[in-house]
Design a binder for this molecule. Structure first.
Ligand SMILES: Cc1ncc(COP(=O)(O)O)c(C=O)c1O
Length: 436
């Protein structure tokens, strides 16, 4: 395994040339805000990756990294994972999409009904946003109400992104129909039910986004929504097939009415799921949720193979173990450096997040930028914490902690001297959106 140190690093020349071409023809230079140049330190981090294998990726200049973004979550087993790729190749020989429904649509639906506690019926989409938007539409049809209460991130569609600062293009009339509440704050949810009495169609929440929730909070949200006649939707696009095979609802033992899944289900192939109670799901007989690639077979073959691997191997136990070592190891190094209040890792081990805070406890983007700059130049690609997969080995974890042992003291020295901003070799990273 060749992981470059700074001295052995190849310059990002091809990367730079590609970025210049992208600036001319691709708005934000990428298809996903989280991959765009404002999220990676210019001149130090690559913007383009050419290939991945297991837990490692290679940029277009040939530099190798241990990756903790994992394609933004879909890679649960590893890049180019043989059992999944073989299933896709086999299906490729039979057609990627056919003119009528394919048996895999039924088979994968049955698997999801076996695995996910709330699932009695299932429909497929391509992105997590398809599934959350479908949940919102069917919940409105079921309840005859219009307001959506949400906490967490739920994708690019009008109903959700209109509730953030990145709402350009979303009509005010649509924005007014979504109200956000802080995750974990059951009193805030009570207040919303009072403010919009009889009008809330659905509560859409990430059951395990960011900080680990309490089981009691999830139970109270379950009780409150049932009492108020609103549909409880768990957005398990990240937590599904990751926190537990059946997602956070299995882990915490709290069953929602509907659930959105995506990302990890097909180890990198585009598939999302809306599933839940049969009496609500059967409204899709009437509610329009229909598109050309809904039954695309390569992703369904990938999902079947991925689920088989998740059941056959101790994938979930492994990602919990490796994630804990990374989170706890990072926090110990930060404590030793005396900056545990400024730079820390938190959340549930299979997908942790990082906090970068100034002395007043406000988000500190300069510090986040410096940390990323120092780890990426040492061969660790991470931006928000650790998204762990089955292929992250003990050696990867050890190597990553060694990198943190070099990078965190640099951050600590910069904080002490007050020159965090001066040490940056590119512009400060930007927040993609905020809550108003
Ligand atoms: C919790 C959650 N829900 C929904 C989405 C939207 O999924 P997609 O980007 O696949 O549309 C995301 C994407 O990151 C997510 O993290």
């Amino acid at each position: 395994m060749v992981i470059w140190r700074e001295g052995g690093r190849r310059p990002l020349e091809r990367n730079r040339a590609l970025l210049e071409r992208a600036k001319r023809v691709v708005p934000v230079c990428s298809q996903t805000f989280s991959k765009c140049p404002t999220q990676f330190v210019e001149h130090v981090s690559p913007n383009f990756l050419e290939r991945g294998q297991g837990s490692h990726v290679w940029d277009v200049d040939g530099n190798e990294y241990i990756d903790y973004l994992m394609g933004l979550g879909p890679i649960i087993l590893g890049y180019a994972y043989p059992a999944v790729d073989e299933a896709v190749r086999e299906q490729l020989g039979k057609g990627s999409i056919l003119s009528l429904a394919h048996p895999l649509e039924v088979e994968v639906s049955e698997l999801i009904c076996e695995i996910v506690p709330c699932a009695e019926m299932v429909r497929f989409g391509k992105n997590g946003s398809d599934a959350t938007a479908a949940a919102v539409r069917v919940a409105r049809a079921y309840t005859g109400r219009d307001i959506i209460a949400c906490s967490g991130y739920h994708g690019w569609q009008d109903w959700y992104i209109g509730s953030t600062t990145r709402a350009a293009g979303v009509p005010e009339a649509v924005r007014e129909l979504t109200c956000a509440f802080e995750p974990g704050d059951i009193d805030a949810l009570h207040r919303l039910f009072r403010e919009y009495a009889g009008r809330i169609a659905a509560v859409v929440m990430e059951p395990a986004g960011g900080l680990e929730p309490s089981k009691e909070y999830l139970e109270k949200a379950r009780e409150l929504t049932a009492e108020q006649g609103a549909v409880l939707v768990f957005d398990e696009v990240v937590s599904g097939f990751r926190i537990a095979l059946g997602g956070a609802q299995e882990y915490f033992g709290v069953t929602p009415d509907l659930c959105a899944l995506g990302k990890a289900i097909a180890n990198g192939f585009p598939l999302a799921v809306i599933c839940g109670r049969a009496d609500i799901m059967s409204l899709f007989e009437e509610v329009f949720f229909s598109f050309t690639f809904g039954g695309e077979c390569l992703s369904l073959a990938a999902a079947k193979a991925t689920i088989a691997e998740l059941r056959r191997q101790d994938v979930i136990e492994h990602i919990w173990r490796q994630g804990e070592k990374l989170r706890d190891g990072l926090n110990e190094i930060s404590r030793e450096a005396g900056i545990e209040r400024n730079l820390y890792c938190y959340g549930m081990a299979p997908r942790t997040a990082m906090g970068f805070k100034d002395e007043r406890g406000a988000d500190w983007l300069e510090l986040r930028t410096l940390f990323q700059q120092e780890v990426v130049r040492r061969g660790v690609l991470q931006s928000y914490g650790h998204c762990v997969c089955h292929s992250h080995s003990d050696e990867d974890v050890q190597r990553t902690l060694d990198v943190y042992r070099e990078a965190i003291p640099i951050c600590a020295a910069a904080i002490r001297r007050g020159d965090v901003a001066e040490r940056l070799e590119g512009p400060v990273l930007e927040a993609i959106f905020r809550r108003p």
